[in-house]
Design a protein around this ligand. Structure first.
Ligand SMILES: NC(=O)c1ccc[n+]([C@@H]2O[C@H](COP(=O)([O-])OP(=O)(O)OC[C@H]3O[C@@H](n4cnc5c(N)ncnc54)[C@H](OP(=O)(O)O)[C@@H]3O)[C@@H](O)[C@H]2O)c1
Length: 287
């Protein structure tokens, strides 16, 4: 099968299109026929070696953190015993530690969530990282409730989900971006979702909150508000709740681009020059 593997740390050309053996699921794992993986900005940092101390990987490393796919097999002993909670043919998504940028990927069952029939399987690959980050920013860290004024700084993948979720919570949402920076008024919550220093802190009401997914906590401005930086947590309950909102049409998944999996290095190269905001899907080709 095909796997897009990183053979060293460096520029996009460290990513190779390799022919490798199909992986075999072990206990508690299933084999997925991959419908899509995505590009996440953190994967460019991983590729450059910037995350080596936090996320050590063995080289060559099969890329791809978000996965959407169909269960193709479970560990043979579990299938025989009927103990696998998932069945062959189930449509699932989840967050992996790599391995999704391939025709098939092995995944622990306990990180996977079934995708409702109303939701496009490949598009749902946008949810495990960007969707979950937005969900946890809005509900867990900002605690957005009806009637609040919320500023979403960022119109990328996370920003688009966060704006929809905050509206769904009943908040009045204002969106800021590089091209729309002239924001007025005071806000109960500012969600800072871009890789740049936060500049909207002066607009936060006393007792409000600044939530950042980029600027670390020790670099956030101080004031009469709470300031939080967080790293997204892999949470299947949050992911299932988000999928329900997508299935009911209350949240839409915006896809910026759909590319063949073999374009992964080119997608990384485009992101290097800032030309890839929003969620890009990478799709294995099917015979
Ligand atoms: N803490 C966590 O757990 C976590 C999880 C996932 C992602 N992240 C981080 O969150 C950030 C957003 O992720 P994403 O998936 O939404 O990315 P994305 O889709 O690529 O969007 C990035 C957004 O940032 C804006 N931007 C880029 N450079 C900027 C700059 N110098 N000044 C102002 N705005 C800038 C872009 O604006 P334009 O449209 O104007 O280019 C775009 O709206 C990334 O830095 C990512 O690494 C953190």
């Amino acid at each position: 099968m095909r796997a897009m593997r990183m053979h060293g740390y460096g520029g996009p050309d460290v990513i190779h299109d390799d022919e490798v053996a199909q992986p075999v699921p072990g206990p508690g794992e299933v084999l997925l026929r991959v419908a899509a993986t995505t590009f996440n900005p953190s994967e460019a940092g991983l590729r450059r070696g910037l995350l080596r101390s936090i996320v050590p990987v063995d080289l060559p490393y099969t890329m791809g953190l978000d996965v959407a796919g169909t269960v193709a097999a479970a560990a043979s002993s579990e299938l025989a015993a009927g103990s696998s909670g998932l069945a062959v043919g189930d449509r699932v998504i989840g967050r992996l530690d790599g391995r999704a940028a391939a025709d098939f990927a092995v995944a622990p069952e306990n990180v996977l969530v079934r995708v409702p029939p109303e939701v496009d399987l490949a598009d749902a690959a946008a949810l495990p990282i960007a969707g979950l980050t937005a969900w946890q920013a809005v509900f867990e860290h900002a605690g957005v409730t009806a009637g609040q004024r919320v500023l979403i700084n960022g119109t990328g993948a996370i920003g688009r989900f966060a704006a929809q979720l905050a509206r769904h919570a009943g908040a009045e949402v204002v969106v800021a971006s590089r091209s729309r920076g002239d924001v007025a008024g005071r806000f109960d919550a500012v969600l800072h979702l871009v890789p740049a220093p936060p500049r909207h802190a002066p607009l936060i009401r006393p007792g409000g909150v600044l939530v950042s997914v980029t600027t670390p906590a020790d670099q956030l401005p101080a004031g009469d508000f709470r300031a939080v930086h967080f790293i997204v947590r892999n949470d299947t309950a949050d992911l299932a709740a988000m999928l329900e909102l997508v299935a009911s049409g209350e949240v839409t998944i915006d896809i910026a681009g759909r590319r063949p999996l073999t374009d992964l290095a080119a997608v990384h190269a485009a992101a290097e020059t800032g030309g890839l905001p929003g969620k890009t899907l990478l799709l294995p080709s099917r015979p």
